[in-house]
Write a protein that binds this ligand. Structure first.
Ligand code: NAD
Length: 493
């Protein structure tokens, strides 16, 4: 299936347009997919609205919804290997990472199936005899979901699973360069028995499909994961129409290492934090902040290991890191590496494309390490979204916290220390949505994910991730209504 999915049917785009999907490892064509536009968006939103109003899903029982979510989880596991390979062909990430993504989203579907009872009406204690009151959790309506290219399947599932659990209809738009696993997800939703029109898929660019979807008057909620620049426009546009909006944006995530940490483990994780998926991770720990007295040895060892990272085809089991996603993105990362050197950061590793002939057709960039960085540098402030570590020094606990918080973003951060109380003190002062202590990277379906400051609005996952897709409705029932005679007292005596 390489087409749009609207009202339960696979269809071509109204204009008949197509796009080639490119493997970033060698630029071969992986698939040809339909390329939608505004007319397709309108059809999809109308189908979603009709399904919502029809009520087969929006008024289904919680047990029916949980059963469907569990069926989707089963199907994801049944087709895990095929999905993982597709994700690798589309994004370049290693097969190991793609498999982890499939397991993660399976767990998310199961989590929302298992916690769906949170949507039962909540009794409110009125404190008054003769009055009962409750909060219902109604679906919001038609939800637009727009996802980026770095975790295509994972990001869309973090939205689709809770939205369906809450009874919504939806229209999804994956990134135009990585749509394949989202297409597969929609096959599985249909196979699992989701009624026609509840979940619709429109493929295409941000301009031709994303923007009309955000602007569509019949969309009630926009959930977006992507860049700060696009998120700003979406917040403005959705705000103007007073639509609900949830934004998961970028990050510039500090990885703070104290001298008393288990340094072998901290070094190992610092590499994972920054170079997993070529640093194309919103929570990548590319901003290394190291205590002065271990700084030189620490960054020298990081650079030595960065030089040894094995780049290659994500499908090869011994590849440690794949290519970047596109030529355009590679050019952006290269620019940042040049800016880093121009602004005076000391290049210890990488900073260039690999020399190997067999990597020449791919969008590869060598893992890069900059030392002697300061907080004013562009590479320290901007989300480079590539394999570039910047290393800064700190001398005191206060300075570590101050540096860690000196960013416009607030998505994630880590602190490494052998002293539990100190690590907890620092963690409690970091203004980031997730803080890891002596670890980097894990997230859980049952724990909220999202950003402080400009990393976003709202949360995904956990109970909050479900309630984002609900409208609470207070129903207040007077069991013994009597006239109050507030007005017309004289007439009624
Ligand atoms: P992007 O903003 O360029 O694109 C994201 C999606 O928005 C794509 O589907 C794109 O087609 C669409 N889009 C672009 N312009 C649009 C418009 N005007 N209206 C509606 N949709 C539009 O981002 P990207 O480069 O694909 O993704 C990388 C960014 O995503 C990074 O900044 C990264 O940090 C962020 N991200 C955040 C999280 C998180 O959980 N906070 C997770 C993954 C990625």
């Amino acid at each position: 299936m390489t087409r749009l999915f609207i009202d339960g049917s696979w269809c071509e785009a109204a204009t008949g347009a197509k796009r080639s999907i490119i493997n970033p490892f060698d630029q071969s064509t992986v698939a040809e997919v339909a390329e939608g536009a505004e007319e397709d968006v309108d059809r999809a939103v109308r189908a979603a609205r009709a399904a919502f109003t029809g009520g087969r899903w929006s008024r289904s029982t919680l047990a029916e919804r949980a059963a469907l979510l569990n069926r989707v989880a089963d199907l994801l596991q049944r087709d895990k290997e095929e999905i993982a390979r597709t994700e690798t062909l589309d994004t370049g990430k290693t097969l190991v990472e793609s498999r982890v993504d499939v397991d993660d989203v399976t767990a998310v579907f199961r989590y929302y199936a298992g916690t769906i009872d949170a949507l039962r009406p909540r009794r409110v204690d009125t404190g008054q005899p003769g009055v009962v009151s409750r909060i219902d959790h109604e679906p919001v309506g038609v939800c637009a979901m727009i996802a980026p290219w770095n975790y295509p399947l994972l990001q869309i599932c973090w939205k689709v699973a809770p939205a369906l659990a809450a009874g919504n209809s939806l229209v999804a738009k994956p990134s135009e360069i990585t749509p394949l696993t989202t297409i597969k997800l929609f096959e599985l939703l249909a196979e699992a028995g989701l009624p026609a029109g509840v979940a619709n898929l429109v493929l295409g660019t941000g301009k031709a499909v994303g923007a009309p979807l955000v602007e569509h008057p019949d969309v009630d909620l926009v959930s977006f994961t992507g860049s700060l620049a696009t998120g700003r426009w979406i917040a403005r546009t959705a705000g103007e129409a007073v639509k609900k909006v949830a934004l998961e944006l970028g990050g510039k995530n500090p990885n703070i290492v104290f001298a008393d940490a288990d340094l072998e483990t901290a070094i190992d994780y610092a590499l994972i934090a920054a170079f997993l998926h070529g640093g194309q991770v919103c929570s990548a720990g590319t901003r290394l902040i190291v205590e002065d007295r271990i700084y030189d040895d620490f960054v020298t060892e990081i650079a030595r290991r960065a030089d040894a990272v094995r780049l290659g085809n994500g499908l090869d089991e011994d590849t440690e890191s794949g290519p970047l996603v596109s030529a355009e993105h590679l050019a952006k990362v290269q620019r940042y590496a040049e800016i880093g050197q121009r602004e005076g950061a000391r290049l210890l590793a990488g900073g260039h494309r690999p020399d190997e002939k067999e990597l020449r057709d791919g969008f590869f960039f060598r893992p890069t390490v900059f030392a002697d960085c300061t907080r004013e540098m562009t590479v320290v402030r901007d989300e480079t979204f590539g394999p570039i570590i910047t290393a800064e020094r700190f001398r005191s606990e206060d300075e570590a916290v101050e540096l860690g918080n000196d960013t416009d973003y607030g998505l994630a951060g880590a602190v490494w220390s052998g002293e539990g109380d100190k690590a907890e003190r620092v963690a409690a002062r970091l203004r980031h949505g997730t803080v890891w202590i002596n670890d980097f990277g894990p997230y859980l379906p049952q724990a909220e994910w999202g950003g402080f400051k400009r990393s976003g609005i709202g949360r995904e996952l956990g109970p909050t991730g479900l309630h984002e897709y609900c409208e609470p409705r207070h129903v207040y029932r007077n069991l013994a209504p009597r006239p109050q005679h507030w007005f017309a007292r004289d007439l009624t005596g």
